[in-house]
Design a protein around this ligand. Structure first.
Ligand code: PLP
Length: 415
């Protein structure tokens, strides 16, 4: 069976060019870059070149502002905990209710350690309210940590503007963004539009590099204490022997992503938009989460009223289609997605979310296959739903009343 991989926000396949660039450093160039002999210096030079290359894709920033980590989770932990350690007199953090757990859970831990944390809400489209953000800034605010693009919905926050507002209010507040989903999909110039961002995290495996390599951009002069303590690597800012092959691979992946960014984004957006239009035309009671907000070109997050996300995933998986659902199975109970709950997706749909996310390896045939299979899956599952009346292909009257009470306006009425 042909596999349609439409879960690229979870992870991406390694690009063949990336793998090729890594091979020498997985084989003959195995030396520890901290060693003093000539072959080791060669390896240290490869890291330096990778750092320069990555820095270049963020505009005119210095290579020393790029810190290699093991993943975006480590980068986020370093940014938040490191900023707090370096500024112990400030005790307030601003974040949003829709961050990835790699930020959200760290902020909750900071709260348990006595920090005051503001979790900004979002509206029905997933947008932040700017005036609410401005009001949340306080004299004791230490850090603002707000993601660039949401991993579930693809909604893009105006991070450049939020960082500018932060610095205009108080230049000593640090601004961090988790850009794990946007790096490689959006151009980010840290020397111009994004010049007020102090800290930026991302991860290789979302842009066709391997899992196990991440980056934290740390703007020169940013007060930050190390999170990983030990050796002197990364100029004493992140201990641990450098993961040379993966660093080299990440630099190559950045090069590939940014070579044809606009062209690829256009092609991917066209596929995503076609999928969205066709599914909306074929499936009643379907909502596109984040449709009214700026979104990543590759992400389509749908709420299908009256069915469970997990059931859709299993049925799709049986037909070779890999997608993802917003909800996570926690200790046997199905928790709805915190992102969709924050967006006030009605309860008839909050369990029925599904995310398709594309990459440059997806094709129009993949879209055709999803369009062929997914509406049938929805129809089959709805037939088994107590809310659904299959004869009229719409919700039962009680369920329809629930929808109206929940303010669902986009869903089509039963015919
Ligand atoms: N932040 C965002 C927005 C993500 O989407 C992810 C991964 O899904 C992470 C952080 C965590 O990345 P990693 O697996 O590299 O730790």
């Amino acid at each position: 069976m042909r596999i349609v991989y439409a879960d690229n926000n979870a992870t991406t396949p390694i690009a063949p060019e990336v793998f090729e660039a890594m091979i020498p450093y997985l084989t003959r160039e195995y030396f520890n870059p901290s060693s003093m002999y000539e072959p080791a210096r060669r390896v240290a030079q490869a890291i330096r070149q990778a750092r320069q290359k990555i820095a270049r894709y963020f505009g005119a920033i210095s290579e020393n502002e790029i810190l290699f980590t093991s993943c975006a989770t480590e980068s986020n932990n370093t940014a938040i905990v490191g900023a707090a350690k370096a500024n112990p007199q400030r005790r307030h953090i601003i974040t949003t209710a829709v961050e990835h757990p790699a930020v959200l859970e760290v902020c909750k831990e900071m709260q348990r350690n006595g920090y005051d944390v503001t979790f900004l809400p979002v509206d029905r489209n997933g947008n932040l309210n700017l005036s609410e953000f401005i009001k949340s800034i306080r004299p004791d605010t230490l850090l603002v940590t707000i993601m660039h693009a949401n991993n579930e919905t693809g909604v893009i926050f105006p991070v450049a503007e939020l960082a500018r507002i932060t610095k205009e209010t108080d230049p000593s507040i640090l601004f961090h963004t988790d850009a794990t989903q946007s790096v490689g999909k959006v151009r980010i110039d840290l020397s111009r539009e994004y010049r007020h961002v102090d800290l930026l995290s991302f991860s290789g495996h979302k842009l066709h590099a391997p899992k196990g390599i991440g980056v934290l951009f740390v703007r020169k002069g940013t007060p930050l204490r190390p999170f990983m303590i030990g050796g002197h690597q990364e100029s004493g800012r992140r201990a641990g022997t450098e993961n040379v092959p993966y660093i080299v691979g990440l630099a190559r992946a950045m090069e590939l992503a940014y070579e044809n960014l606009e062209e690829e984004d256009r092609r991917i957006k066209k596929m995503r938009d076609r999928l969205e239009t066709e599914l909306l035309a074929r499936i009643p009671y379907l909502e596109v989460n984040g449709r009214g907000a700026p979104r990543l070109p590759n992400t389509l997050n749908l709420s299908v009223h009256f069915i469970e996300g997990e059931a859709m995933l299993f049925e799709l998986s049986d037909q070779g289609i890999c997608a993802s659902s917003g909800s996570a199975c926690t200790s046997g109970s199905l928790e709805p997605s915190h992102v969709l709950l924050a967006m006030k997706v009605p309860f008839t749909a909050v369990h029925g979310s599904i995310r398709f996310s594309f990459s440059r390896y997806n094709t129009e045939e993949d879209v055709d296959r999803i369009i062929e299979v997914f509406p049938q899956v929805v129809e089959r599952l709805r037939r088994a739903s107590p809310y659904w009346d299959s004869r009229r292909n719409g919700p039962r009257d009680e369920a329809y009343t629930l929808l109206q009470e929940a303010g669902v306006t986009e869903a089509r009425l039963p015919s």
